[in-house]
Design a protein around this ligand. Structure first.
Ligand code: R5P
Length: 270
């Protein structure tokens, strides 16, 4: 891997732990104003310092994130889209040129692939072209294994999708947790980060994080389980404790509760 590409990837996957806590806030590209993301600017401002990387769309990055405030937060920019929950989700193309991604000073670009879905071929070719561009300019590519409504989120399917992403040149892959997750990690030759999926009660989300990390994930790229938590600020810190310090879920939940109650006291004093 070339120097620039390795350097950018090291901004995201921290060399001291080999892990990362990415904060995914790109959901609006097909979901519109998702719960918790109605006002991305207000949400993100206090969270940026705790994210090893932020995964937004171009529009939210430009309109809602202060470039100076985000100076220390690497950006993994969502660059695929073109559909919505009202259409065929797999019908995606590239939505941002590599030139604009570089102008936005990103550390990686992210694209979804839809293995087994109607537009499998197109999304896999999109990934391959994006990897060519990424290699040309030293920008790592994160492949997101989107799972169609009819597809099982099991180790058989997810290891197929992750391996195809890696074979086509993705520098890291984002996928869902499943039973026998070790198999998905073992058969994917590049680092794998876990997507959080639907909102769970906080203790369960911390358990999920712990399970993914202890089964070999290089971290998380988590959205709803952070920004839809009762306290996103406390949740991202609790997730960090699991990912970077190997904290057990019970302890991490205690940390969540103590940060949340500290926040509530601060608000009460105002
Ligand atoms: C989905 O296509 C997006 O890439 C989300 O960023 C991804 O699903 C991760 O977010 P969550 O943890 O909410 O599943």
């Amino acid at each position: 891997m070339q120097w620039g590409l390795r350097n950018r990837l090291s901004r995201i996957i921290k060399p001291d732990t080999g892990r990362t806590v990415m904060l995914a806030v790109d959901h609006g590209y097909f979901l519109g104003p998702t719960t918790g993301l109605e006002d991305p600017g207000a949400l993100l401002s206090p969270l940026l310092q705790y994210a090893d990387a932020l995964m937004p769309t171009r529009g939210v990055l430009r309109a809602c994130v202060d470039p100076a405030e985000a100076a220390g937060t690497p950006i993994a920019l969502r660059v695929s889209g073109g559909n919505s929950i009202l259409g065929e989700l797999s019908d995606e193309g590239l939505t941002v040129s590599m030139e604009d991604a570089i102008r936005l000073n990103v550390s990686a670009v992210a694209i979804s692939i839809y293995v087994g879905a109607a537009n499998q071929h197109r999304t896999l070719i999109n990934l391959s072209r994006l990897v060519d561009e990424g290699e040309r300019y030293g920008i790592p590519v994160l492949a997101v294994t989107a799972v169609g409504k009819d597809m099982a989120r099991d180790a058989r399917y997810l290891s197929l999708a992750c391996r195809i992403a890696a074979e086509l040149g993705a520098h890291f892959v984002k996928t869902y947790y499943c039973e026998d997750f070790e198999r998905v990690v073992r058969t994917c030759p590049v680092p794998l980060v876990m997507a959080g999926g639907k909102k769970l009660p906080e203790p369960e989300a911390l358990q999920l994080t712990y399970d993914a990390i202890s089964r070999g994930a290089a971290g998380v790229d988590m959205g709803r389980n952070i920004f839809q938590a009762e306290s996103p600020l406390a949740m991202i810190q609790a997730v960090r404790a699991v990912v970077h310090k190997g904290e057990k879920p019970k302890k991490a939940y205690e940390l969540y509760l103590s940060i949340k109650s500290g926040q509530a006291k601060k608000k009460g004093k105002k």
